[in-house]
Unconditional design. Sequence first.
Length: 243
Amino acid sequence: MLHVDTTWKFRQMIEFRGQMVAQYGLDLRVATNHEAIAEGVTPFTHGAQEYTRLMKTVALRRALDEGGFDAAIGGSRRDEERSRAKERIFSLRMPGHRWEPRRQRPELWRTVNAQLTPGQTMRTFPLSNWTELDVWHYVRREGLPVVPLYFAAPRPTVVRDGQLIVVDDDRLPLEPGEQVVQRQVRFRSLGCYPLTAAVESSAATLDELVAEMEATRVSERAGRMIDGEGGASMEAKKVEGYF
């Protein structure tokens, strides 16, 4: 299992990762761009887009190259975001891990062309046709463990650019006029904590969460600030090798 760790992940996420590694005996590979950290790259110094390129895309490409992997399996789904809807379940990457939307191979029924030429790799998304609600129905049915951050709880938050940001540690610099307030919030998508907004919620159990999801019409990635700059932003990052 490969985890691209920017060092700005939620503490509970890292704790959960450790629990799953121990429980299932996973071979965990952690990829971090230490050169960028040494140069002082943070979500606040370089902006969301450049930070994401350096700490996520560059680290991922390097880890895949060093491991010599033919394919990387991820949990992305087509309903998350418009550019992800363009991807196949077997999504071909050209040399340099570049994604070319116009060169996607056809997937006819269950027939997949998974042949690779030198330099090519695959990103594979087996949950492509699932929805967010499908995932939670499956989690409930199978009794799967999940990161507690997905459930509502009192958490310290600030309102920044109209979004609720959880103050996960003392590295988050408060802007003028910001006050830390305890709010009942949860997350629908987890990334780096300064760039991932929470939603106010009372869903503290799986049944309550599923009921909330059945009523919502807002995308789960509405709180992911790295998506910004319109619909082309995510696609531009994916072209460079982002998952």
